[in-house]
Design a protein around this ligand. Structure first.
Ligand code: SF4
Length: 340
């Protein structure tokens, strides 16, 4: 009983502090990650929700266009079910979307009243796949645009993306634990991703950079990662993605990231970054669980697909995704408003 009281008291003090000032020290953050008791957990979620609502009480929706699954990274990332031939549950067959297919998809997204689209694709084109998509989106729609081709960018394509008024460029570090990164992404280098994040931020473009959790990283790794993100001046968005195993990949038997870990990480991120957009891609948390991400302080749901979307979509992280109607229902059920 004494132990329970001590735990509750300690966490309450940290949460009280966080409400006034988002600069929590490493030890406080670790204590939050180590929360054991249900009361503490609920307090954490409630505080994170309050912090979000005090800054922004609307929820953004982001749809998606997958540009290509033909990835030149070798060997492939061990969890990847997105690249061609990696998983029978993924896209499996190689594709590279034609301009008209991209246009049809983004027009459909705009018609559905989703305000934002993410155009993402596999590596190997120095960002020209992203520039082409940015040109199509910005010349033909009024959609807000995020592009995500990881570290597959150079200064020329970054400047082109800037020229086309790309609102946000995403390059996820996934984890800042270097050994784990090398183990999971043997075809990439963490330093290349960090370099691209710096360039995006230094160019004055909004940077999105997130965490893939449940891969074997420690709480200390997550704390280090979140503190590392504070270094980027133009950081405007943090995706929190829970790992789900894709069939046929080297990680098919690795357990999925528990929902509680995803929700806890979202809430702690919200306390540390009250003004930053916190994104949860619907495939990574599971379409049925999106309400928990909102309760934890997320304010952007990604990979939201309208009914009449003209292409097949396999989520990055899992083959399922959030259908627009269901996602809108979940937002309204919680009494939250959608950003128009
Ligand atoms: S996760 Fe991205 S970079 Fe890695 S193999 Fe898959 S598509 Fe290529």
């Amino acid at each position: 009983m004494l132990k329970i009281f001590t735990g509750v008291k300690l966490i309450r003090n940290i949460l009280k502090k966080a409400k006034k000032n988002p600069i929590l020290d490493k030890n406080d953050l670790l204590q939050l990650f180590k929360i054991k008791y249900a009361d503490d957990f609920l307090d954490l979620l409630q505080t994170a929700s309050q912090v979000r609502n005090s800054k922004n009480n609307t929820i953004k929706l982001t749809s998606t266009v997958h540009l290509t699954n033909i990835c030149q990274i070798t060997p492939k990332c061990k969890y990847c079910g997105f690249a061609a031939r990696t998983s029978l549950d993924g896209y499996y067959d190689p594709f590279f979307k034609e301009d008209q297919e991209i246009l049809d998809a983004v027009k459909c997204v705009e018609k559905s009243d989703i305000p934002r689209v993410s155009c993402s694709g596999a590596h190997g084109y120095n960002g020209f796949q992203a520039v082409n998509a940015a040109k199509i989106v910005k010349e033909n729609t009024s959609l807000e645009l995020l592009v995500n081709v990881g570290a597959d960018l150079n200064m020329t394509t970054l400047k082109e993306l800037y020229k086309y008024n790309t609102d946000t460029i995403c390059c996820n570090l996934e984890t800042v634990n270097k050994n784990l990164f090398c183990e999971l992404k043997p075809g990439e280098k963490l330093k290349d991703r960090i370099k691209i994040c710096r360039k995006i931020s230094n160019l004055g473009i909004e940077l999105s950079s997130g965490l893939l959790i449940g891969l074997g990283e420690s709480y200390q790794d997550r704390v280090n990662h979140l503190l590392f993100l504070k270094k980027f001046q133009n950081l405007g968005e943090i995706p929190i993605m829970g790992f789900n195993p894709y069939k046929n990949t080297p990680m098919e038997d690795h357990p999925p990231c528990p929902l509680t870990e995803q929700v806890k990480t979202i809430a702690i991120t919200r306390l540390m970054f009250p003004q930053v957009r916190i994104t949860v891609p619907t495939p990574t948390i599971g379409p049925r669980n999106i309400k928990y991400s909102l309760i934890a302080g997320a304010d952007n749901l990604a990979t939201v697909i309208p009914e009449d979307y003209p292409a097949d979509v396999k989520g990055v992280g899992s083959p399922s995704y959030g259908n627009l109607k269901d996602v809108v229902g979940a937002v309204h059920e919680l009494g939250l408003k959608l950003e128009s």
